[in-house]
Design a binder for this molecule. Structure first.
Ligand SMILES: [Zn+2]
Length: 117
């Protein structure tokens, strides 16, 4: 169990890492992401639960908080996926891997360039 000083240090390092990664997700973009995923968990489709911003490609793997890398995730999926590679995590959890990849591709393309759809 991490002490609170250690947790604070870890949280601070994470904030610094997110800043250094050039993340630029705005509140408007997060709203659009939530709308595109119909306010459900992108991974398990949980409805009516609190949703967190999950980086599909984890920050520790070079991912950023950007419109095409963030999906809404329930607390359980976010905690379970942590910084694991998304495809192997989806397979391990027996979640709909191809369904997720297809929806994610379509949604992130639409959010990046609304004129394409
Ligand atoms: Zn979930």
């Amino acid at each position: 169990m991490a002490t609170s000083a250690r947790r604070t240090r870890i949280a601070r390092r994470r904030v610094a890492r997110v800043r250094a990664s050039g993340s630029d997700l705005t509140a408007t973009e997060w709203g659009a992401i939530l709308g595109a995923w119909k306010a459900r968990c992108a991974y398990c489709h949980a409805d009516g639960v609190a949703l967190q911003k999950d980086c599909v490609l984890a920050i520790s793997r070079g991912g950023r908080y950007t419109v095409d890398n963030v999906v809404p995730a329930c607390r359980s999926c976010n905690a379970s996926k942590c910084n694991e590679e998304v495809v192997s995590w989806l397979r391990r959890r027996r979640l709909d891997e191809s369904g997720f990849m297809l929806r994610w591709a379509l949604i992130s393309r639409a959010l990046r360039d609304p004129d394409l759809v």
